[in-house]
Design a protein around this ligand. Structure first.
Ligand code: C5P
Length: 258
């Protein structure tokens, strides 16, 4: 394929369209090798809307190679690089991320408004999300790191992100009810990790909710890793786990009142 037609193809891939309940699932590919990631993409492509690549795979394999593998299989990519740096470096990293044709990438809101503005300037047609307070944080961590309760910090980060022109937030589903009430955040995407079906272990995630409850609370998309990629034996395969989560999302959508 010529470089021009490759770029055109990438351009078409960027927008995440939510048509069916499965499109709300972002499967986290937290594995070490390209082969493991490839197997998961091939298995899960019909059951999820997007694939998230994070620090583990980016560091062990390299973002451009993984992104190309997922695009070649028709998937969309959320590049979870959690950028946090000075504005100039953030802007250049944003240009590189957008140049890969990813649907979404993210930056820590704690980079500040100038940093987020530098990212927005170079986001191209990718969607850029602000990481607020990690879902693995309990209240004591929020106090130690940010000097404030998690909810207060998330609201402040959300306002900074909106002011900077970001497209949405990464937050815990537990903060959605309060965020959804903020008029100035209308139009934002709310992408929530910390999602745990009742049959899955919480692991290191602390501020969690079930898929149905997160959707009822107003999540746009759910980031789900281990419950799908390493489901408990009683659930079966990653496909079985994804199907159960799709059913929970359907239930959640019926109970939603946004
Ligand atoms: O396996 P699990 O469902 O906990 O995976 C959650 C994924 O979401 C991980 O890849 C993690 O890096 C990512 N993430 C998160 N909290 C954030 C941002 C991203 O858990 N605030």
């Amino acid at each position: 394929m010529s470089e021009k037609s490759y770029k055109q193809k990438q351009e078409r891939k960027r927008i995440v369209k939510i048509v069916e309940p499965k499109d709300r699932i972002i499967a986290a590919l937290d594995v070490h090798t390209l082969l493991e990631a490839e197997q998961l993409v091939e298995t899960l492509a019909p059951y999820v809307g997007c694939f998230k690549i994070g620090l583990q795979l980016i560091t062990s394999v390299g973002a451009p190679q993984i992104v190309r593998m997922i695009h070649d299989r028709g998937g969309q990519v959320f590049l979870d690089g959690k950028f946090n740096d000075i504005p100039n470096t953030l802007g250049e990293a944003a240009a590189a991320a957008s140049g890969l044709g990813v649907a979404m990438f993210n930056v820590h809101a704690s980079s500040g408004i100038e940093g987020m503005q530098a990212v927005v300037k170079n986001k191209g047609s990718s969607e850029v999300l602000a990481v607020t307070v990690l879902t693995s944080f309990e209240e004591n961590n929020a106090h130690l790191v940010f000097g404030a309760p998690s909810k207060a910090k998330v609201i402040q980060f959300a306002r900074d992100a909106k002011l900077s022109g970001m497209d949405g937030l990464i937050c815990s589903p537990q903060e959605l009810s309060i965020l959804r009430k903020q008029k100035e955040l209308e139009g934002f995407s709310f992408v929530t990790p910390g999602v745990r079906p009742s049959w899955a272990e919480a692991g290191d995630q602390k501020r969690i909710m079930t898929p149905a409850d997160a959707i009822i609370a107003g999540a746009t998309m759910l980031v789900i890793g281990r419950p799908i990629t390493k489901p408990p034996q009683s659930i079966g395969t990653p496909i079985d786990a994804a199907k159960r989560i799709i059913a929970e999302i359907e239930t959640g959508l019926q109970g939603r009142n946004l």
